[in-house]
Design a protein around this ligand. Sequence first.
Ligand code: 13P
Length: 219
Amino acid sequence: MKPLIIANWKCHPTTLIEAKGLFNSVKKGIKDLKNVEIVICPPFVFLPFLKSKIGSQDCFWGESGAFTGEISPKMLKNLGCEYVIIGHSERRRYQKETDEIINKKLKAAISSGLKPILCIESLAQLKKGLKGIAKKVIIAYEPVFAIGTGKPCSPEKARKMRKAIKYPVVLYGGSVNSQNAVNYIKEAGFQGLLVGGASLNPKEFIALAKNIDFISKKR
Ligand code: 13P
């Protein structure tokens, strides 16, 4: 498979004009890359306006009903979303999402036909999140100390975790940039990357995507 690069915009930007600008710059910059798969995950409100490979940063565990404020996987699928990030450490921390909630969200996403990306930082979270799920979902290993800190996990340490996660597709996330991205694929053995901060800077994100495309072409 081609390396998978997921751009997690988190809670940015604050206007539709900026979102479209960022999206279009990235789209233009990556249009000739044939050896990577790139998915943009903007905030929910921008999803209907960004046409291309998109994913969402979260979803609800039900299909529809009296659940004020929730966005269901079915709605996302019907909107053209292909992927959904589930169990990000920021949601575990600020929205108090538990492994049980994350497990329900994963099941709902799978039954709606979305491709879920389960974020974990430990093997315990992996096990609990996947309870009762036979399907091989995409896993993203994101050590909390590396998220948004500019202090990425060393490729050696990441490699150990990659080996321990016995899943076919595992992404690395945490302070990934155009300079260090290749290490996680080549040295640490990951199948892709989950990129936060660097995905908000089109120049940096395009450079990152090009670097991964380049090594993927050579393999
Ligand atoms: P940063 O790339 O900003 O460290 O964020 C990582 C992340 O949380 C991606 O989901």
